[in-house]
Design a protein. Structure first.
Ligand code: NAD
Length: 269
C-alpha cells in the first residue's frame, strides 16, 4: 500500500514516516507540509532522519493521489479538512489524527466521510482506546454517585486544550450517565466556586516540557477513589496506531470510523 503523510515536518508526521520505513508492505510515496514550510523541496528521508528516500516534500497533495494510496494526516484542523475534501473527491481513504475540531468542523467531517473512507481519532494508541471502551461499563457499575475528574498532561507545544482524548474520555462517561459534556464539563476551577456540583465532570489540562501524553480518569466516591492512568512513552505508539488504522481502513466501505472500530471494541459513546 502507498501512503501520503500530511504534516511531515511535524512531530507526528516524522514519527509516522519512520514507522512506515520500518514496516513491510507499505511505501511512503508522498509527503506534504504547509506552504512556505522550510522543509519544502527537501528529501523526506532526510527531514525525518532515516536517510535519502527519493521523495520530495511538497505543499501540493494532488499529484500523489492516484492508485492504491491512503493519506495519514497529523496537521491542524483547517488543513485536515482540506485534505479530507481532496480524499472525498477522489474516494481515497484518509486517517486523521489531528485534534481540536469545532462542532462545525465535525459536521463537515461527517458530511465528507459519506463519500470516502475516513477514520478520525484524537488518540491512536491501543491503550487509550481500550480505556475508552472500558469506561462506559465502569461508569455503569459504579453509578452516578461517583465524582469524575479527568486530568491530562502534554508537552508545552500543544495548541488545543483540553486534549481531544480527555474530551473523548469525558464523553464516554457522560454518555453512559445521559449527561451532555458541553453542559456538565468544568474546565479548571478558581476562586470561591462553591461545593462541587453533583453532575460535574471536571477537566484539567497541564502543559509541561516534553510530556508525550498522559491521561488520568478519577472516580471519587465516599470512602474510596479509583483511578485509571494511561501514559504514552513515545509518539511511536500513535504512529503505529495510525498505520494500523490506514491498513484496516483500506478494506472498509465508505463511512466515518474511529480506532474503536479498528480494535473491534464497540462504540466509545
Ligand atoms: P506539529 O506542530 O509538530 O506538526 C504539525 C505539522 O503540520 C507541521 O509540520 C506544520 O507545518 C504542518 N502543517 C500545518 N498546516 C499544514 C498544511 N496546510 N498542510 C500540510 N501540513 C501542514 O504538531 P504534532 O505534535 O505533530 O501534532 C499534529 C496534530 O496531531 C495536533 O492536532 C495534535 O494534537 C495531534 N496529535 C494526535 C495524536 C493522535 O494519536 N491522534 C497524537 C499526537 C498528536
Amino acid at each position: 500500500m502507498d501512503l501520503v503523510v500530511c504534516g511531515i515536518g511535524g512531530r507526528m508526521g516524522g514519527a509516522v514516516a519512520r514507522v512506515i520505513q520500518q514496516t513491510q508492505g507499505v511505501k511512503l510515496v508522498g509527503a506534504v507540509d504547509r506552504p512556505r514550510s522550510s522543509r519544502l523541496g527537501k528529501d523526506v528521508g532526510e527531514v525525518v532522519g532515516v536517510g535519502k528516500l527519493g521523495v520530495t516534500v511538497s505543499d501540493n497533495i494532488g499529484s500523489h493521489l492516484k492508485g492504491n494510496v491512503a493519506i495519514i494526516d497529523f496537521t491542524r484542523p483547517a488543513a485536515s479538512l482540506g485534505y479530507l475534501r481532496d480524499a472525498a473527491k477522489r474516494g481515497i481513504p484518509i486517517v486523521v489524527g489531528t485534534t481540536g475540531f469545532t462542532v462545525r468542523e465535525w459536521n463537515e467531517i461527517k458530511r465528507l466521510s459519506r463519500r470516502t473512507r475516513a477514520l478520525v481519532a484524537p488518540n491512536m494508541s491501543v491503550g487509550v482506546n481500550l480505556l475508552l471502551g472500558l469506561l462506559g461499563g465502569v461508569a455503569r457499575s459504579l453509578g452516578e454517585e461517583y465524582d469524575v475528574e479527568i486530568i491530562e498532561m502534554h508537552h508545552r507545544f500543544k495548541k488545543d486544550a483540553p486534549s481531544g482524548t480527555a474530551l473523548a474520555l469525558g464523553r464516554a462517561i457522560a454518555g453512559e450517565w445521559k449527561r451532555d459534556l458541553n453542559k456538565v464539563g468544568v474546565f479548571g476551577r478558581k476562586g470561591l466556586v462553591g461545593e462541587r456540583g453533583k453532575k460535574e465532570i471536571g477537566m484539567l489540562a497541564v502543559r509541561a516540557g516534553d510530556t508525550v501524553g498522559e491521561h488520568s480518569v478519577i472516580f471519587g466516591g465516599l470512602g474510596e477513589r479509583i483511578e485509571f492512568v494511561h501514559r504514552a512513552h513515545s509518539r511511536e505508539t500513535f504512529a503505529r496506531g495510525a498505520l494500523r488504522a490506514a491498513l484496516w481502513l483500506a478494506k472498509q466501505n465508505r463511512g466515518l470510523y474511529t480506532m474503536q472500530d479498528v480494535l473491534r471494541l464497540g462504540k466509545s459513546g
